[in-house]
Write a protein that binds this ligand. Structure first.
Ligand SMILES: *Cc1c(COP(=O)(O)O)cnc(C)c1O
Length: 432
């Protein structure tokens, strides 16, 4: 049952001589689980294969884009069809209009949209737009929410002091980080305090309407509604970062599911079906502040790239056609129910947070409602659990602080196998 990872180990060593950490995005290095990283060479449906030929049931799903599973043939065909007529033009195409229509149809709050190349870029531009529109500088974000790696967003609160903002990366000037104020997820009073201490200074509140980058943490009943009201009372815009939740929690994202209208929405991941893309959009009067109509500058040589846009259109259409959101939800519900059934007596050891087709198994009993709770989970147990899952053919993100992603291609038999491996590992490792 033990697998060989020799080729991965050898190539990871070579990669480490040429790329920092051997990777182009840090979590891929498997550092937090203390294992050599896998090198992947292909994937199909719910399965992914490493260069040693090992097969895994995939719950990374490229960290979210692959709601349809890997290598969907309709998306593959769209990419190959479009690429024979040119890769990039530096001019508008009809496809961009079609993608904008699909986004607008599913997200009525997005009256106008701009396409960019990543989720990071979408958020960075949305924040600039909010600052330009309101003429204010400060932004409120929530501890544990990830909004890409732009300077203003790589900030979390320093040891509980909500007024001093400490960057979570070197290289971020204090002058920038001081304008990002950090509140506690699911704690409206923490937001109220920041607003009272910064009258008429807050441009926007940005939030993942379901947090999925500290593991999955759900908004408490009424939290998002009350947050929206509070922000508007204070003249601040509400930005929903739906880079993960867009087209996943429902076709219209978390805002469709919860029936809340933000002022600006950020999208990414699923809207490119695995190719690089991002988008931000919202109220027309706000979006008209963008260049060339307005004073807020934003641009991109490859923005609206025809190949990425074609992949996005094909993905969204296939999701609609297949009922892929419901299929992935059903797979996820079955996984969560089965795990909970197997682990009835482990309530004091683990907490499973889930919604729609994302979930996290936290190695902490009780409940997990904010970043502080997340930090109490047992990272060492996760490490052992992860190694055991990998050996059993289950590929999850190598970190306690990520979501597991389901797709419409995960079958009942995939899930039965997953439950047997994961519940087995939890039973062994949670005993000591
Ligand atoms: C992934 C992610 C981003 C960043 O998107 P990239 O395409 O990686 O730049 C931003 N916000 C959220 C909520 C994300 O999950």
């Amino acid at each position: 049952m033990s697998r060989s990872f020799n080729k991965s180990i050898e190539k990871a060593r070579l990669a480490g001589t040429l790329m920092p950490g051997g990777v182009n995005s840090p979590v891929r290095a498997f550092k937090s689980v203390g294992l050599p990283p896998l090198l992947i060479n292909r994937a199909q449906g719910s399965k992914i294969y490493d260069i040693d030929g090992n097969e895994y049931i995939d719950y990374v799903m490229s960290y979210g884009p692959m709601l349809l599973g890997h290598a969907d043939e309709r998306v593959a065909k769209a990419i190959s069809d479009v690429s024979s007529s040119g890769f990039s033009f530096g001019a508008t195409t009809e496809r961009e209009i079609e993608l904008a229509e699909l986004i607008n149809k599913n997200f009525p709050s997005i009256e106008m949209v701009r396409l960019v190349n990543s989720g990071t870029e979408a958020v960075m531009s949305a924040v600039r737009l909010a600052r330009g529109f309101t003429g204010r500088s400060k932004i409120i974000k929530f501890e544990g929410c990830y909004h890409g790696h732009s300077d203003s967003m790589l900030v979390k609160a320093g040891s509980g002091a909500l007024t001093t903002s400490v960057p979570s990366s070197a290289g971020i000037p204090e002058g920038l980080s001081k304008d990002t104020l950090v509140a506690v997820y699911n704690d409206l009073s923490s937001v109220k305090n920041i607003f009272s201490a910064n009258k008429n200074l807050i441009a926007a509140v940005i939030i993942e309407p379901v947090a999925a980058n500290m593991g999955v943490v759900l908004p408490a009943e009424g939290f998002l509604e009350n947050l929206t009201v509070l922000a508007r009372e204070n003249g601040a815009l509400v930005i929903f970062d739906e880079v993960i939740t867009g087209f996943r929690l429902s076709l219209g994202g978390a805002q469709g599911l919860f029936k809340i209208k933000p002022d600006i929405t950020c999208l990414g991941k699923i809207i490119g079906g695995g190719l690089p893309i991002g988008a931000f959009g919202g109220r027309k009067d706000i979006m008209e502040y963008l260049s060339p109509l307005g004073p807020v500058y934003q641009a991109g040589t490859l923005s609206g790239n025809p190949v990425c846009v074609a992949a996005g259109i094909a993905t969204i259409k296939a999701i609609e056609e297949d009922g892929a959101v419901s299929k992935a939800n059903e797979a996820s519900d079955y996984l969560v129910k089965s795990l909970k059934g197997e682990l009835k007596n482990f309530d004091d050891k683990i907490t499973i947070n889930s919604i729609s087709s994302i979930l996290t198994i936290f190695f902490k009993g009780g409940s997990v409602n904010n970043f502080n709770d997340v930090m109490k989970s047992d990272a060492n147990l996760f490490k052992e659990f992860f190694a055991s899952a990998l050996n059993g053919g289950i590929f999850m993100a190598p970190s306690q602080y990520e979501a597991m992603f389901l797709s419409s291609k995960h079958t009942k038999s995939d899930i039965d196998k997953t439950v047997s491996v994961l519940a087995g590992a939890i039973k062994i490792y949670s005993r000591h």
